[in-house]
Design a protein around this ligand. Structure first.
Ligand SMILES: CC(C)(COP(=O)(O)OP(=O)(O)OC[C@H]1O[C@@H](n2cnc3c(N)ncnc32)[C@H](O)[C@@H]1OP(=O)(O)O)[C@@H](O)C(=O)NCCC(=O)NCCS
Length: 166
């Protein structure tokens, strides 16, 4: 289930996000270590004014991960980035694929966005697979675009467009 973040999600958010195998695939804005204070701050931001769309992925009653849509603004006003992560115990069950497949059509329906994209680090084939299974196509390789923990990697840009009739 996708739903807004709740204040009482802070312990599960901190538990599952505080994992180097999660943060290694995320931008540096994703804290590591991920403390209870980080979790409380994030939940407050996610529910505050002017925030992008940030939802919890709830699995068997607890917040197991997160998914978000971030419009880029300016001349990219009809483009948004999608981002997501899932706690390690929940992986490999198709959960994030299901989340992306559910969220993207609703976002296109409820906004004037025409393009949703994701930049995936080249060492993250699982995330590329999620997007391929969700109707995204590989659009570009940004060579040496990412430096994470001192390692330089390519960024693979995936995109899904609003359906012509949508
Ligand atoms: C990437 C991530 C979101 C995937 O979530 P998930 O719920 O496990 O994904 P799904 O089960 O829906 O699909 C994963 C797919 O990747 C495949 N996969 C997993 N590891 C893989 C690997 N090392 N190489 C190739 N494919 C891999 C799985 O087999 C599955 O594909 P299949 O259904 O064709 O078998 C999750 O691992 C995660 O949170 N990682 C850390 C944070 C992150 O990477 N966020 C995305 C940043 S862009």
């Amino acid at each position: 289930m996708l739903r807004p973040w709740r204040e009482n999600d802070a312990p599960s958010l901190a538990r599952y996000a505080d994992n180097p195998r999660v943060s290694a695939c995320m931008r540096d804005a994703f804290p590591s270590p991920y403390t209870m204070d980080d979790a409380r701050r994030f939940i407050q931001m996610a529910n505050g004014p002017g925030h992008p769309l940030l939802l919890a992925i709830e699995v068997t009653g607890e917040a197991a991960g997160g998914i978000g849509i971030h419009p880029l603004g300016d001349v990219y006003q009809r483009t948004a980035e999608i981002g997501y992560w899932l706690g390690e115990p929940f992986r490999g069950k198709g959960i994030v694929t299901e989340a992306v497949r559910a969220l993207v059509p609703v976002v296109f329906q409820q906004t004037n966005l025409i393009r949703i994209q994701a930049g995936i680090f080249s060492n993250n084939p699982a995330s590329m697979r999620v997007l391929e299974k969700s109707g995204f196509v590989r659009e570009a390789v940004h060579r040496n675009a990412v430096t994470k923990h001192g390692v330089v990697m390519d960024e693979i840009l995936y995109v899904r467009f609003r359906d012509p009739e949508g």
